[in-house]
Design a protein around this ligand. Structure first.
Ligand SMILES: [Zn+2]
Ligand SMILES: [Zn+2]
Length: 576
């Protein structure tokens, strides 16, 4: 008797991805890693079973499959194992593999934690985070440290609700994998993740394919799949190693757009859509749209469905049943802000306080993103834990920024400060210091439990200060960790409108503060918004999209947001 292994292309591909990760952890050279990763991608995308191509000796002709890789595939086909990978799995401590699998960590960071902090298990990493040893590493800020603590916590407690940021990372990865399958014709995220809700219960993915079995098999074999909870003909529900449950549904290409509309929800939005359809003589169902003298619709996009009903296209962020269906019917939807409208970031931390990068590094990354300006807003002196800046250090920092700006012709670093609104009221720096800044963000970092009157009047005082431009993270909430302060949001918005002050949408996925509801209110009060990342390291500059999505959920247009302005126009607002 001989054993027969039938290996799915995805399984072979993942072996090469894992091999590359483990070698990266060991510090192997870049070209080798790239060769393995490219081979993995090629294998995943092959329309025929790799195993058969190998047996028929056709695999060597595939570009990117060299001798070394071919030999490893041969090993997998013959024995079901790859010796080199098995050896690495034995050699690298199991705890390190768990660290590597943490959201946002990966091989490179796991290797830094191992070498520089001696972290070889989740417990050791947690210990290092609690002792603030992670934020001391180059390129990693306090936020990365907090996120690691939280993700380990989620992993261990398997909470029922997850932050959007975590769900979207998993969504990007999983849809990326599914897209490599030749059987997958279209892949989209659906559900509350597509609507960018701040917390979600699960991740829904929709795939168009003629071969659902193949797609569902690949999801079952996906390395982050921990357990299959349910499998039907065209749906699979799995538990993942990240804690978030995932549901993947496969439909035919003809059904795709109706299924996407349905699986995106929300329930309330669909109810209102169905009611409006009925009032216009249509019948809208999960599988199609008919009636009103028309033939059944064969849509080529979701837009076709809305359009047949006489509606403007409703972006997923607005589909919460908050009046968007009537607005679309009256062709009165706001022209929502887009990611590409953002020209700069006005709340960032450098390694002068608790950030992980130099101002030069942050500016370089922001320029790469296509921004024309940023404001560096480190913490002020009273925030000792974050190494807040004294007037003297701030003056030094501003001199350095002047020097940096001399080097750019197409980019400006604005001199900023995130000044503390002190627990007893008042600001943490004197007026003559604040006067030297281009951008003053005022935020609360203490006295979170004060009664509504006390905390509101503290913030109102900041709104009334002539040097303050922006109020940072107004409610101070940390999603899943602590409620916001008892601040009277409407009173603050009313005062902000009166004093021409800007309110922040803090884009960090654990804050999203203002939230969508408060964004809506701010717009009603006529208050301008700044969408900022509050990034403490370079990676987090990319979190801007969460703030933009929150703004879109709140119905904002480009003109409602100050950091869509070119610098001269922005300065006019900041200097008045
Ligand atoms: Zn802050
Ligand atoms: Zn900040």
């Amino acid at each position: 008797m001989f054993e027969v292994f039938i290996l799915h292309n995805m399984e072979i591909a993942w072996s090469f991805y894992e091999l590359a990760d483990l070698l990266e952890f060991k510090g192997d050279d870049f070209f080798k890693l790239r060769a393995y990763r490219n081979a993995a991608k090629t294998i995943a995308g092959l329309p025929e079973p790799v195993e058969r191509l190998y047996r028929e000796k056709k695999l060597a002709k595939v570009p990117g499959i060299g001798k070394n890789i071919l030999a490893k595939i041969g090993e997998l086909v013959a024995t079901g194992k790859m010796e080199k990978l098995e050896r690495l799995r034995r050699e690298i401590p199991g705890g390190v593999l768990e660290i590597m699998a943490l959201p946002g960590v990966g091989a490179k960071r796991a290797s830094i934690f191992y070498q520089q902090l001696g972290a070889a298990s989740l417990d050791q990493l947690l210990q290092a985070a609690r002792e603030h040893r992670i934020r001391a590493l180059a390129g990693m800020g306090a936020k990365t440290e907090l996120e690691i603590v939280r993700n380990i916590d989620i992993l261990r407690n398997r909470a029922g609700s997850f932050l959007l940021g975590l769900a979207r990372q998993l969504a990007d990865e999983l849809t990326g994998f599914i897209k490599m399958l030749p059987e997958a014709l279209k892949v989209e995220v659906a559900g509350s993740v597509r609507r960018w809700r701040e917390t979600v219960g699960d991740l829904d993915i929709l795939v168009a394919s003629r071969e659902p079995e193949q797609v569902l098999d690949a999801v079952a074999l996906y390395p982050r799949t921990r357990e299959i909870l349910e499998r039907k003909r065209n749906i699979i529900k799995v538990a993942t190693w990240w804690g978030i449950p995932v549901e993947v549904a496969v439909v035919s290409p003809e059904q795709f757009w109706f299924a996407l509309l349905w699986n995106t929800g929300s329930k309330k939005h669909l109810e209102q859509l169905i009611n409006l359809s009925l009032s216009k003589g249509f019948k809208l169902e999960p599988g199609g749209l008919s009636g009103n003298g028309h033939q059944a619709l064969i849509p080529h996009s979701e837009g076709d469905i809305y359009s047949r009903l006489g509606l403007q296209y409703i972006p997923p962020e607005l589909r919460e049943g908050r009046g968007e269906v009537e607005q679309a019917d009256a062709h009165a939807l706001p022209e929502l802000l887009e990611n590409g409208d953002i020209k700069g970031d006005l709340h960032l931390h450098s390694n002068w306080s608790d950030g992980g990068n130099s101002i030069g590094e942050i500016a370089a990354r922001a320029r790469e993103k296509g921004y024309s300006y940023i404001a560096v807003t480190d913490h002020s002196q009273s925030l000792k834990i974050a190494r807040g800046l004294t007037p003297e250090r701030l003056e030094e920092q501003y001199a350095l920024i002047d020097g940096l700006n001399g080097e750019y012709t197409d980019f400006t670093v604005l001199k900023g400060i995130e000044v503390d609104i002190l627990a007893g009221g008042g600001l943490d720096l004197p007026d003559q210091v604040l006067e030297t800044a281009d951008v003053v963000v005022a935020s609360v970092h203490s006295g979170f439990r004060q009664d509504p009157e006390t905390i509101t009047s503290r913030i109102l005082q900041a709104v009334e200060s002539e040097h303050v431009d922006i109020i940072g993270h107004l409610t101070g909430r940390m999603l899943g960790q602590r409620e916001g302060y008892a601040v009277d949001v409407e009173r603050v918005l009313e005062a902000a409108a009166r004093h021409g002050k800007i309110m922040e949408i803090n884009s960090s996925p654990d804050r999203l503060d203002l939230n969508d509801e408060n964004v809506r209110l701010a717009r009603e009060y006529g208050v301008k918004i700044a969408i900022n990342t509050d990034a403490h390291d370079l990676k987090r500059l990319d979190e801007m999209e969460y703030g933009v999505a929150t703004a879109r959920r709140g119905g904002l247009e480009s003109r409602d947001v100050v950091n869509t302005l070119e610098l001269p126009e922005l300065l006019k607002i900041l200097r008045r």
